[in-house]
Design a protein around this ligand. Structure first.
Ligand code: UD1
Ligand code: CA
Length: 457
C-alpha cells in the first residue's frame, strides 16, 4: 500500500542576502515568483497535501497565493532553522504519510527528479544531492568507507577534510512521517548557527538502522538555491535557456535562445520564427508560421497562423483571426481584434478596436474603441477622439470607407460604407455612405503678400 504524499515547502527564511523589501521567495524568475515554481513542481506530483511554512510576520508570501486551495499554510514564528521549520507543518501530516521537503528558494528543481526521489529507498530516508562546481556554503554528504551515507555536516560546522567533499545536500529529502516526527523531536541546536538543522536527522536515521539512499542530480545547476540577486540572475538565465530549448524541440525557431525571454506561458504551433530579444508574457498562443521580429513584447496574445509582427512592436491582449501584419513600431493594446489581411503599421496605436478583413492603418494613427469594417483605408495621422475627459465613445467605420490623412473622428460617430473623408477633416457628425465628407476651411491665396525681411539696425 502506498502512503499518502505530503509535501512541505520551506519558505520562512529571512532572505537577508537579497537586500530587498520583497520576501526572497517572491522574487520572480521567468515572470513567476520562485515559490510559485516550487509549488508547481509539487503539484506535478499530485500529493495529498502541500504545506507551505512561512513567516506570519511576512504575510505577503501567503497573500501572493490567495485562493490556492491545495495549499496549507504553517506559520513559523521564529527562524530557528530548517528542522524547526519542518516541525511546524508536522501537526497537519498523518503518521502514515510520506513527507517530501522542498525549499522555496530552489525554483528549478525538475519534477522528474522529485518523482525519482519518491521511488528511491521507499521505506527509508531518501536525499537529493548534487556535486556543484563550488560546494562552499552547502551541507556536505558524509559517507562511510562502503559509500553508505552517515550524515550531513553543515559547511560552518565542517572540518577541512569534510569541506573537501564534493557531494552536497540540496536540502530536498523524503522520509516516512512517523519517523521524521520522532527525529525532529530529538533535534538540538548546539551547532555553529545555534539552529535546529533538518540535516541532523540523517545521522539519527543511521543510528536507528533506517536505510538511507541518495539520488545524485545529473545537472547540479538545477538544484542550486537563490540566496542573493547574483544567484537569482544565474537561475533566471538557466530558466530562459530551458524554456527556449523546450520550444525549439517543439518546432519553434528561436534565433538566439540567450536573447529570448519567456515570462509566462506560450502555446506554440509549428515553424514559428522568433527573432532576438522577444519577450513573451502572460498567456500567449501563436499559430503556425507566426513571425515575430526583433525587440517585440507580446503579452496575453492569440495570434492566428501566418501573423507577422515586425520589429519593436508591443502587443497586449491582441487577437488576430487570420494572417496580418503588425508594426514595425506598433503599439496594440487590449481588446484589439485584427482579421485576415489587415495591417497596423508604424507608429500606430490601437486599443479595443476591431479591424475586419483587409483594412489598413499604415502610419501614425490612434484607433480607440472603434469598429472598423472590411477593406477600410485609414490615412496617416488619423485619430479617433474617443474620450471627452470623462467618458469613452465609439467610432464605427463601414466597409470600404476611405479616411483621408490627418482626420479626427470625434466619437460617438459613424462613417458610412464606402464613404470618403477628405484629408484634414474634423468629423463630428455621422458621414453618409458612398459620399465625400470634408470639413476644412477653404484654401485661400493672399495676393501681394510678402515675406517679412530681416530688420537692419
Ligand atoms: C540548507 C541546508 C544545507 C543545504 C542547503 C542547500 C540545513 C541546516 N542546511 O542550508 O545542508 O546544502 O540548504 O541550499 O538545512 N528556512 C525556513 N525557516 C528557517 C530556516 C530556513 O523556512 O528557520 C527555509 C528558507 O526559507 C529556505 C530553506 O529553509 O527556503 C533553506 O534555508 P537556508 O537558510 O537558505 O539554508 P542554507 O544555509 O542554504
Ligand atoms: Ca539556501
Amino acid at each position: 500500500m502506498t502512503r499518502p504524499l505530503h509535501i512541505v515547502i520551506l519558505a520562512a527564511g529571512d532572505g537577508t542576502r537579497m537586500r530587498s523589501r520583497l520576501p526572497k521567495v517572491l522574487h520572480p524568475l521567468g515572470g513567476k515568483p520562485m515559490l510559485g515554481h516550487v509549488i508547481d513542481a509539487a503539484r506535478a506530483l499530485s500529493p495529498a497535501r502541500i504545506h507551505v511554512v512561512y513567516n506570519p510576520a511576512v504575510p505577503a508570501v501567503r497573500e501572493a497565493f490567495e485562493g490556492a486551495e491545495d495549499l496549507q499554510w504553517a506559520g513559523q514564528r521564529e527562524r530557528l532553522g530548517t528542522g524547526h521549520a519542518v516541525q511546524q507543518a508536522m501537526p497537519g501530516i498523518p503518521a502514515d504519510a510520506d513527507v517530501l521537503v522542498l525549499y522555496g528558494d530552489t525554483p528549478l528543481v525538475p519534477a522528474s527528479l522529485l518523482a525519482e526521489l519518491l521511488s528511491t529507498c521507499p521505506d527509508g530516508l531518501a536525499l537529493l544531492t548534487l556535486a556543484p562546481p563550488d560546494p562552499a556554503g552547502y551541507g556536505r554528504i558524509v559517507r562511510d568507507a562502503d559509500g553508505v551515507i552517515e550524515g550531513i555536516v553543515e559547511h560552518r560546522d565542517a572540518t577541512d577534510a569534510q569541506r573537501a567533499i564534493g557531494e552536497v545536500n540540496s536540502g530536498i529529502l523524503r522520509a516516512p512521517a512517523g519517523q521524521l516526527a520522532q527525529w525532529l523531536g530529538r533535534l538540538e541546536s548546539g551547532n555553529a548557527q545555534g539552529e535546529f538543522y533538518l540535516t541532523d536527522i540523517v545521522a539519527m536515521a543511521r543510528a536507528d538502522g533506517t536505510e538511507i539512499d541518495a539520488v545524485i542530480a545529473p545537472d547540479a545547476g538545477l538544484l542550486e538555491g537563490a540566496n542573493d540577486r547574483v544567484q537569482l540572475a544565474e537561475l533566471a538565465s538557466r530558466h530562459r535557456v530551458l524554456a527556449a530549448e523546450a520550444l525549439m524541440r517543439g518546432g519553434v525557431t528561436i534565433v538566439d535562445p540567450a536573447r529570448f525571454d519567456l515570462r509566462g506561458r506560450l502555446q506554440a504551433g509549428q515553424d514559428i520564427h522568433l527573432d532576438i530579444n522577444v519577450v513573451i508574457e502572460g498567456d500567449c498562443e501563436l499559430g503556425d508560421n507566426v513571425q515575430v521580429g526583433p525587440g517585440c513584447v507580446l503579452k496575453d496574445c492569440r495570434l492566428a497562423a501566418g501573423t507577422r509582427v515586425h520589429a519593436h512592436s508591443v502587443l497586449e491582449g491582441v487577437t488576430t483571426t487570420g494572417a496580418c501584419d503588425i508594426g514595425p513600431f506598433a503599439r496594440v493594446r487590449p481588446g484589439t481584434q485584427l482579421a485576415e489581411g489587415t495591417r497596423v503599421g508604424n507608429f500606430v496605436e490601437v486599443k479595443n478596436t476591431t479591424l475586419a478583413a483587409g483594412s489598413k492603418a499604415s502610419h501614425l494613427t490612434y484607433l480607440g474603441d472603434a469598429v472598423i469594417g472590411q477593406g477600410v483605408n485609414i490615412g496617416a495621422g488619423t485619430i479617433t477622439c474617443n474620450y471627452d475627459g470623462v467618458n469613452k465613445f465609439k467610432t464605427v467605420i463601414g466597409d470600404g470607407a476611405f479616411i483621408g490623412s490627418d482626420t479626427q473622428l470625434v466619437a460617438p460617430v459613424t462613417v458610412g460604407k464606402g464613404a470618403t473623408i477628405g484629408a484634414g477633416s474634423t468629423i463630428v457628425r455621422d458621414a453618409p455612405d458612398h459620399q465625400l465628407t470634408v470639413s476644412r476651411s477653404k484654401q485661400v491665396t493672399v495676393k501681394g503678400w510678402k515675406r517679412p525681411t530681416k530688420k537692419l539696425d
